[in-house]
Design a binder for this molecule. Structure first.
Ligand code: GAL
Length: 427
C-alpha cells in the first residue's frame, strides 16, 4: 500500500515536472500587470489570464487597485512610472493610450501584432485606438457596451409593465414600479457612472449625430444647444426614481439591488451582467437587457486594453507572450464569458455566450457597418480624463442643485469644455 503510494507520488512529481518543462518558454519572465478589476466576476476574468501566463512558465505579479472605473489606478501608475519602476503592462484605455504613448514610456508590440495579423482580425475602429504612429502599443481584451438598460423581470411582471424602449415609456415603467413599492432605478452616484448614464440619455434623446458632435467634436453650438437641454432635463428626471443612498454608491451594490428585486431597472455597461450571473441570475430571463431608451442600434463602447511599458530583455519575452495570449481566440472567449463583455475579435464563435452578449455582438457588427459605434465619453474613449471630469462637475451640480435650470447647465457645459480644451473649436 505504502509502496504504491510512493510510486504514485513519484509518478505525479515526474508528470508535474515534465509538464512544467514542456511549457517552459525559451526565457521565463515575470509580468506585473496593473489593473482595477476587483469585483468577484472581474477577479475571475483576471484569473483566466494569470492561468494562461503561468501555463507558459511565466510568473504573474498582480498590481490590482480596487477602484471601479480605474481613476485611482491611473494615479498610482503615474507615480510608479515617474519613479522609474513601471509595471510590465497596465489597464489603460481609449484616449489615454495616445497620451501615454506620447511620453515615450510605452514599448511597441507591433512585432507580435504583425506576426499574429491583428490588422486582419480587429475592426479598424478598435485597432486605431491601439496604435500610436502606426504601431501597436496596446492590446485589447474585450468590448463592453455601455448603453444597456437592465430590467428585473419579476419586478416588471409584478408592476404589470413592458420593457421600455423610449424615455417616456421608461418613466411610465418607473412610475409603475414605484406604485408597487420597488425602487425604480438602482443608481450609482460616482463620476464615471453618472457620466455613463448621462451619455446613454444623450444617445437616446439626441441620437448618434448629436452624440458625435457634442462629445467627440465638442461643438459648442451642440454642447449648449436645445438637444443638450433636453438631454439634461431627461437625465435629471431619473433622480426622482432613485433612492436616498444613490450618491457615492458602488456599481456592485446597485447591481445587487437589481438582482434582489429591491430595484427594478439599472442603466449600466455589461460588466454588471457578470455580477448578475455570479448571483445566479440568467441574463435575458431573470434580468432583461435592452439598449437604453431611444438608443436602438447605436452602440457606445468601452474597450479594455493593456499598454506595455519598456522592460528588460528577460521580461520582454513574457510581455510578448502576454500580448499574444490576450488576443488568442481561446483567451478572448474564456475571458469574455467571465467578464460580461464580448470578444474584440469578430471571428470568435458566440455559441457559448448568453443572449445579451449575442445581441451585443450583432449590434457591434452592424454598428461598425452603419457608423453607429460611438466611443464612450464616460470610459475615456472619446476625450481626455480632464475634459470628462470638467463636464462631470457640471452634470453633478445640475443633479444636486434644484435651482439650476437645464439651460444654465448646458451653458456651463460649454464653458467647462472650453476651459479644458483651448485648442478645440469649443471656444
Ligand atoms: C470599466 C471597465 C470594465 C469594468 C468597469 C467596472 O471602466 O472598462 O472592465 O471593470 O469599469 O470596474
Amino acid at each position: 500500500m505504502k509502496r504504491h503510494l510512493y510510486r504514485t507520488i513519484a509518478g505525479l512529481a515526474i508528470a508535474c515536472c515534465v509538464t512544467a518543462y514542456s511549457h517552459a518558454p525559451a526565457q521565463a519572465g515575470e509580468v506585473e500587470v496593473l489593473h482595477f478589476w476587483a469585483s468577484s466576476s472581474e477577479a475571475g476574468a483576471v484569473a483566466r489570464l494569470k492561468a494562461t501566463l503561468r501555463a507558459q512558465g511565466h510568473t504573474w505579479k498582480d498590481f490590482a487597485v480596487a477602484d471601479g472605473g480605474g481613476g485611482l489606478a491611473v494615479v498610482l501608475l503615474g507615480s510608479r512610472v515617474k519613479s522609474g519602476n513601471p509595471p510590465t503592462a497596465a489597464q489603460i484605455k481609449g484616449v489615454a493610450i495616445q497620451e501615454w504613448a506620447r511620453t515615450g514610456k510605452l514599448s511597441s508590440i507591433d512585432g507580435v501584432a504583425r506576426a499574429e495579423k491583428w490588422d486582419d482580425i480587429l475592426p479598424p475602429i478598435v485597432s486605431d485606438i491601439m496604435k500610436y504612429n502606426g504601431q501597436y502599443v496596446a492590446v485589447p481584451l474585450n468590448v463592453h457596451r455601455v448603453n444597456w438598460l437592465w430590467v428585473n423581470a419579476a419586478v416588471l411582471r409584478k408592476a404589470n409593465a413592458k420593457v421600455p424602449t423610449t424615455w417616456s415609456e421608461f418613466f411610465e415603467v418607473a412610475e409603475a414600479m414605484r406604485r408597487i413599492g420597488v425602487i425604480p432605478v438602482a443608481y450609482s452616484g460616482r463620476s464615471w457612472l453618472d457620466m455613463g448614464t448621462f451619455e446613454s440619455v444623450a444617445l437616446g434623446v439626441g441620437g448618434p449625430d448629436f452624440y458625435r458632435k457634442a462629445f467627440l467634436e465638442l461643438d459648442p453650438a451642440v454642447l449648449g444647444g436645445p438637444e443638450m437641454e433636453k438631454t439634461l432635463e431627461t437625465y435629471k428626471r431619473i433622480k426622482q426614481y432613485t433612492d436616498g443612498g444613490a450618491s457615492g454608491r458602488d456599481w456592485i451594490v446597485a447591481t445587487d439591488m437589481l438582482n434582489r428585486g429591491a430595484a427594478g431597472m439599472m442603466i449600466m455597461g455589461d460588466w454588471a451582467k457578470a455580477e448578475m450571473v455570479g448571483a445566479g441570475k440568467r441574463p435575458d430571463v431573470d434580468v432583461l437587457c435592452v439598449p437604453t431608451p431611444g438608443s436602438g442600434g447605436a452602440y457606445s463602447f468601452d474597450i479594455d486594453s493593456f499598454v506595455m511599458f519598456h522592460v528588460n530583455e528577460q521580461n520582454r519575452q513574457a510581455q510578448s507572450d502576454l500580448a499574444r495570449a490576450v488576443m488568442s481566440k481561446d483567451f478572448q472567449q474564456a475571458f469574455n464569458l467571465t467578464k460580461g463583455s464580448i470578444p474584440v475579435r469578430l471571428d470568435v464563435k458566440m455559441d457559448q455566450f448568453d443572449e445579451c452578449a449575442r445581441r451585443s455582438r450583432q449590434d457591434f457588427r452592424n454598428g461598425a457597418k452603419r457608423g453607429l459605434l460611438l466611443p464612450s465619453l464616460a470610459h475615456g474613449m472619446a476625450q481626455p480624463a480632464h475634459t470628462v471630469a470638467a463636464m462631470w462637475e457640471v452634470i453633478l451640480q445640475f443633479w444636486n442643485q434644484d435651482r439650476m435650470t437645464a439651460r444654465e447647465a448646458a451653458n456651463r457645459l460649454v464653458k467647462a469644455v472650453k476651459a479644458e480644451t483651448p485648442t478645440s473649436h469649443a471656444r
